[in-house]
Design a protein around this ligand. Sequence first.
Ligand SMILES: Cc1ncc(COP(=O)(O)O)c(C=O)c1O
Length: 358
Amino acid sequence: MARKNILKIASYIPGKSIEEVQKEYGAKQWVKLASNENVLGPSPKAIEAVRKELSKIHLYPEGPCSILRQAISQKLSLPEKRVVISNGADNLILMIACAFVNEGDEVIMADPTFSVYANVTQIMGGKPVRVKLKECTHDLEGMLKRVNRKTKLVFVCNPNNPTGTTVSRDSFHSFLSELPDRVIVILDEAYGEFVEDPYNPDGLDYVGKKQVILLRTFSKVYGLAGLRIGYALGREDLIHCLYQVRDPFPVHRLAQAAAVAALNDEKHAIRSIQMVYEGRRYLYQELDRIGLSYVPSQANFIFINFERDSEEVFRGLLAEGIIIRPGKTWGYPTFGRVTIGRRVDNYRFIKAVKKIIR
Ligand SMILES: Cc1ncc(COP(=O)(O)O)c(C=O)c1O
């Protein structure tokens, strides 16, 4: 009875939750380094805002998220018509596919990258066209070569999940200038706040000028992954298409209130970014000492080569109360993706890795 396209879709495999591993391994002092959440937790201001909003949950939320939309547009100096908010970047990716992908259209993406891009393409009956990473980074030239009459979208995940790499501003610029105007680029900056590389393209430079839809989320630096809220920015005509397929009330009251508060809590965002910078340096230094290689990252996670079956490392770490993401799902069976934690979490992780590989 189902549409034939949906039966072929490989389901999304999320990082294991603490609740899940607790059933198998019992109560421990768990630390989850598997889903690139903010290990510092949410902004205290967001928690307070949720508390205040709780007594109103019998009322429907405000559909277009006007207060938040206004706050984002002011912060980024963009007209409100270029902003659309929904329940997580995941949902916006689905909305993009619903709005633009027809049966038989091709959608170009890196391999490996965030798997939701391929899933939504298949839901709509489109064809994912995967272009292998080059030195763990998007091969923009290779992606350009795959553009043809059927190409509708190109996803550029910057920094890329799972490798944490970024494209250079120059290469992105020439990629955009050679791309036909009818092909839309989805620039996913879910981890954009953690980038230190000064040569990284800033998606905001393209919003409104090029056929770019920029994706951002409150799940990472703002620590609101459990509330599900993210936004897309782009030219009015493109954003209008996303409104055409948007649910009437996709973002609940608590998420809207928390996001407004989190957006105004610069202190918490800066602390979270500093934690990632510091954690990256500490982990690089310790991994170098152990002799394990890794992909230098611009995100809040590191893709590490454990040089052995990473499922084994994953299980060994679980026994130590640490959850990571083994790399088999991305075709890198000796790698694991590890979220950068607080100093104490990173220290625990390194100690456990040393024990396991010994
Ligand atoms: C690259 C990328 N884009 C989008 C998302 C989805 O973000 P959200 O939690 O806002 O749905 C993720 C989540 O991990 C991600 O890694």
